[in-house]
Ligand binder design. Sequence first.
Ligand code: PEP
Ligand code: MG
Length: 601
Amino acid sequence: MNLEHRSGPIILKGVGVSPGIAIAPAYHFDNRRIKVPRFNIHPNMIEKECNRFKEAVSKAREQIKQIMEDLPDELKDHASLLQSHLMMLKDKMLFDRTLNLISKNKINAEWALEKSLEQIRVLFKRIKDPYIRERVEDVEYVARRVLNILAGDVSEDLSSLNEQVIVVAKDLSPADTTQMNPEFVKAFITDMGSRTSHTAIVARSLGIPAVVGLESASTQILSGEILIVDGISGEVIISPDKELLHKYEERRKEYIKKHLETIEYRELPAETLDGFKVTIKANIEFLDEIASVLDYGAEGIGLFRTEFLYLQRKELPSEDILFEAYKYAAQRLYPHPVTIRTLDIGGDKFVSNISLGEEKNPNLGLRAIRLCLKEPELFRTQLRAILRASAFGNIQILFPLISGHRQTMLVKKYVKETQEELRARGEDFDPNIKIGLMIEVPTAVAMADILAREVDFFSIGTNDLIQYSLAIDRVNEHVAHLYEPLHPGILRMIYQTATAAHSAGIEVAMCGEMAGEMLYVPILVGLGLDELSMHPRSIPRVKQMIRQSNHEKCVELVEKVLKAKTAPEIRGLLKNFIKEHYPGVVINEENGDIFLLEEVY
Ligand code: PEP
Ligand code: MG
């Protein structure tokens, strides 16, 4: 598509995952792209350049062999794929062609390899059999590995941007998102992704408007084209005309004004009209967010996703680095609690310095507590840091992805042993530190009555609980429409968890994205959750909603909801309830969806 050929604005529709409106030029980002140096070489240098290429190829072979060796038994399927990658490195098409180009065209190895790749792409395009045609991806993978070695690992990164843009990408990893500076990245849009992917969660933490699941935006938009991104409705407008620019500029101002107004609610307690109190806490990924946790009136940190301390550096963080981070959080928040979750790597979050092997289903793989129990030293380092920091404030420990009683007893044993170790070292810690479990695996719900007797609190992680219960990949845009927090099965699970916790006399929190949405407040209040933890920016709106609620009426609503058979039935009940009990909260019924206008413009 050519810029001059656009006859008017084009509107794309995706999923708005981080609110706000941005207007800026597009910037294409490809996290798989390597900046390839291109230069001509002197004929004397040809042999040297060919050798440099051969060395890079043999290094790539060593890397692939190492990956094959490290492959656990259950992943042996991948061995044949990797074997084919090894063969490709020897293949005439790639290897000999590149060497020929270096000598014939007198160009550097990276450039020659890129050129061979271009020619190979053309050849593959002509192949009729779709399976073989798609194997070009394997050739690309292998070539990228060699290019990376040649170029000294210089993949593009977003932290160096120094002008205001809207990042357009096929997909972004949470690590890419953490590099964004909100001063320059005014918004981002991706073809893939969904509301509860960690990339979306990070966008909300940074306050960067974002739209995901646009399917083909990255191929339709050209770098430099002006875009409007509406992170609330999920609309992206390419090449807007004057009228649209004006309209959205007004909306942007209105949004900011509304946002500032709701902030007024931050000082008020989250208490219903009939005196039922809900504790409101914040979810954070970075220490920098502590200022906004306090600004938005949170009563503590309900979820500190500590994996971002690992994502931000090349080496594993030491016990002291973790300790300093946790101590800082504990001191800044004191007397409020800081709930530190142990490492939740895996799923859609990867760290270059922890090798998980190649997994077909990372969300069902070596993730979170499973990794920690497999790598005891990794786990103990975190526990030592958390416990040492507990001497400086009010810290609680939260364990992710717990599936049952055995794991619960095991993590408790680790905590006890670490306490003994620290005592022997003469270190201070809080001996009564509270221990909590994330309830996010369906078996933990089924076991909730038994687990509740072993710990001090539960925190329901709806992002994963919904993913694992409804068998919906939380980062797959093709099934995003089936991801339904109002599914009666999900609400019954939350009810079962809350009832089990209260019968055992412990508190139950919710820290998944569901806790931060105004729409669900009447149900969450009616279910009797003691605490809701959300990204700081959602706090004023949720507080506002709680302050308009009547607990007794919400309980009556929940009684009806728990008898309902389908999600649309529950949506209908909720819609009518909001219309009746929340004056000033408007529902947009344009497309049949419940849409809280107050929250929007
Ligand atoms: C959850 O699963 O709901 C949760 C809060 O944890 P995360 O999103 O980090 O997996
Ligand atoms: Mg989770």
